[in-house]
Design a protein around this ligand. Structure first.
Ligand code: NAP
Length: 334
């Protein structure tokens, strides 16, 4: 057991709740930031552990956003920055999506440098979208790895919310690298870059009609009726429990310093998800999957080689079958 104290920004998020849960299970103390007292109290009662406390950081873009929270916690030696908008129904792409991602990252790093000299390890939750090419930049022949960068420009990011999200993650990651290069802070930094994240919620499901964005991909299949057509969609997935584990290894392991941990387990199609539900939950209303279409649909998925990441992490990723089963089991019981 350890006495190390870890700060987790956006602690009430889907991924962050798993990070907090695993940290507490390993004996770490956790200070989480949330946007309001009400969200903090709700999270505290879900977590129900004396080693968890929270601070309210209302805005990522306010200058000095994290200064007070860091000043109040001289015991914190690790900072995990997960907070960032994951929303595609916004109107103002730059102010609601891109700026909170970039400025939130810089504000967190500045607070750590100025007021948390005892903080030695920082992990930023970036994304596979800062590595992979999409739309005009998708290359079906390319094998993407930890060295690749999505070529999207800042201006292209302002043209639609999906591009806005891609650019928010890419430019936040670049801003973190710039900060480290210019400010030469005392901490070491690592990045966690998941593809679509599936898997159960860490605690209770609040509203099973509306899960977080990536879990809704599985939930959209769950909500189909027998006669519905299964949309032809393919991409890559990683289980949320593996994403949380990677955040912890990212600061525990010296091999992860300055690395991009590119998290992808398998490709999926909505038919593969439906097939798992058909087999494992025979009473469900999900239409019958047609796996013969998969080879064609999967041509739109990225090819990935994340062997360097897998070597640093040293554990096997959960399979799509396990992740979808656990997700649907939890939705059914909610
Ligand atoms: P989530 O459940 O929506 O959590 C996002 C967290 O960020 C929440 O705590 C949210 O607070 C906070 N946040 C969002 N916008 C904010 C803003 N403008 N100001 C302050 N806080 C804000 O999403 P998630 O899937 O767990 O994502 C967590 C991190 O993983 C993000 O950095 C995301 O980009 C990254 N990621 C996710 C996936 C995925 O498939 N889920 C894949 C790759 C990377 P509220 O609850 O108050 O809104």
């Amino acid at each position: 057991m350890t006495s190390t104290s870890v700060f987790v920004s956006g602690a009430n998020g889907y991924i962050a709740q798993h990070v907090v849960k695993q940290l507490l299970a390993k004996g770490y103390s956790v200070v989480g930031s949330v946007r309001s007292e009400a969200k903090g109290e709700e999270l505290k009662s879900l977590i129900n552990n004396d080693k968890f406390s929270y601070e309210v950081v209302p805005s990522l873009t306010e200058k000095g956003a994290f200064d007070d929270a860091i000043k109040k916690h001289p015991e914190v030696t690790v900072f995990l920055h997960t907070a960032s908008p994951v929303s595609f129904s916004i109107k103002d792409i730059e102010n609601d999506l891109v700026k909170p991602a970039i400025e939130g990252t810089v504000n967190a790093l500045s607070a750590i440098k100025n007021y948390g000299p005892q903080i030695t390890r920082v992990v930023v939750t970036s994304s596979a979208v800062s590595i992979l090419g999409f739309g005009p930049y998708f290359d079906s022949d390319k094998i993407y790895n930890e060295d690749d960068w999505n070529p999207i420009t800042y201006e292209e990011g302002l043209t639609n919310p999906h591009f806005g999200y891609f650019s928010s993650k890419k430019f936040a990651e670049l801003a973190a690298n710039d900060f480290v290069a210019k400010e030469n802070p005392k901490f070491n930094i690592s990045f966690v870059q998941p593809v679509y994240v599936f898997g159960p919620q860490a605690y209770a499901v609040k509203d099973k009609a509306n899960l977080n964005f990536s879990s809704e991909i599985v939930n959209r299949v769950v909500k189909l009726s027998k006669d519905d057509k299964i949309p032809e969609e393919a991409a890559e997935f990683i289980d949320v429990r593996d994403v949380a584990r990677a955040h912890i290894i990212a600061f525990e392991s010296d091999e992860a310093i300055s690395k991009r941990l590119f998290l992808a387990a398998e490709t999926y199609t909505l038919d593969s998800i439906a097939d798992i539900i058909n087999r494992r939950f025979p009473q469900s209303t999900v239409p019958k999957a047609d796996l013969s279409k998969n080879a064609e649909i999967l041509k739109t998925a990225h090819k990935i080689d994340n062997s360097r990441t897998r070597k640093i992490l040293g554990f096997e990723f959960k399979t799509l079958e396990e992740s979808v089963y656990d997700t649907v089991e939890q939705i059914n019981n909610a």
